[in-house]
Design a protein around this ligand. Sequence first.
Ligand code: LLP
Length: 430
Amino acid sequence: MKLPHHLTIKNGHLHINGHDCVALAQQYGTPLYVTSEDRVCEQFESYKKALTSRYPKVRILFAAKANGNLAVMRALARLGAGADVFSSGELHLALDAGIPAEKLLFNGSSKTPGDLNLAVGKNVKVSVDSLDELHQLDAAAKAAGKTAKISFRVNPALKVPTHPKIATGLATSKFGIPHKEIPAAYREAMSCKNLQPVGIHCHIGSQILDIGPFVKAAEVMVRIAKELTDMGIKLEFIDLGGGLGIPYHHDTDPAPTPEDYAANVVPVFKAGIEACGITPELWVEPGRSLVADSTVLLTRVNSTKSAHKRFANVDAGFNLLIRPAMYDAYHEVIVANNADAPLTTEYTITGPICETGDILAADRKLPQIAAGDIIAVLDTGAYGYAMSSQYNCRPRCPEVLIRGTQGSLMRRGENTGDITATMQYPPWQR
Ligand code: LLP
């Protein structure tokens, strides 16, 4: 199997950035998420280089929903990243990790009054999703005696080749304002005394491996930018969203790079803004492509069984990685302690959750597996821990960050006390 260069096999063991995954599993226990900070930084730098070499005014906003660990966000903050935040919680995380408020965009299709007040209070720009929200934000800004800077989330009505649950820019999706109604929405915004429209924003979907849809989205966005400029709006930024996919099937998926993205999208952007006679910042909001392949989920085999097929029952399930169960997502798996052995036997890797759908990987050719083996599930840095749960009363596992030769916990594992800590018996049961 093709591996990215931070994953190597030495003495039969899988290594991440030179750290032996088997030793990490022994040291910290399993299940365990292990993230390479070096890899996250490398991906960020390749976005930065690809975009800024073509257009100088670029901002890369990390989509915090993909991986909300403070240490991951701090690594990106130190490289100058901003963040797309989708809740008050993500906004607090981003500020805590050291991302300044002016580098944040508060997205979301269902913001609470508390969300809007927080954005106004912290001077965070808001991508507005409806006219109802627009007027609520105007009132919040008025009450705070401030002017809030906004963009609208454009629904560009684009079909994209991805799982239907993560195609966000379809005409039928819940996100944004239909692109044809966008000029009227900005007119409305211009009449709001406490709001200043300064940008436009879209996001067409996630795990997109074809650059074509991103080019189409850029075309729609610069066309709208022209209309808005003609209306007298001074656009400070055009945010093209995230969505670049990664090759989860290492040997067969296309592997579009930030360079491919920039080489195709930036020329459309530049031609478009030239036609408008403006030089706004170009914003992008990658999540998955920055962090997915930085991380392995290490899980121990509890038992094996031959029934209608061979099962390897491991200690991580959809409580820790829901992508296979939720989107039929494919993640490569490697027997970390026997990583260069011949792939002789077909296994289905199943988790400990009491559901038939708790399958991490189905029908994979692997070396012979025995209890105690460590399975590495690859490409789990995006929407992995971030979407985890405590289902079946399973405490969430720790997360380790490695950088160079160093390694450290970046989140301790939970215990059952953590699970019950927020519960209480009602008075009549005490
Ligand atoms: N910006 C906005 C407004 C978004 O809604 C998203 C993702 C992103 C940026 C980042 O997109 P990315 O570069 O990561 O594709 N849980 C799903 C993915 C859901 C994505 C939702 N929005 C999964 O595990 O595949």
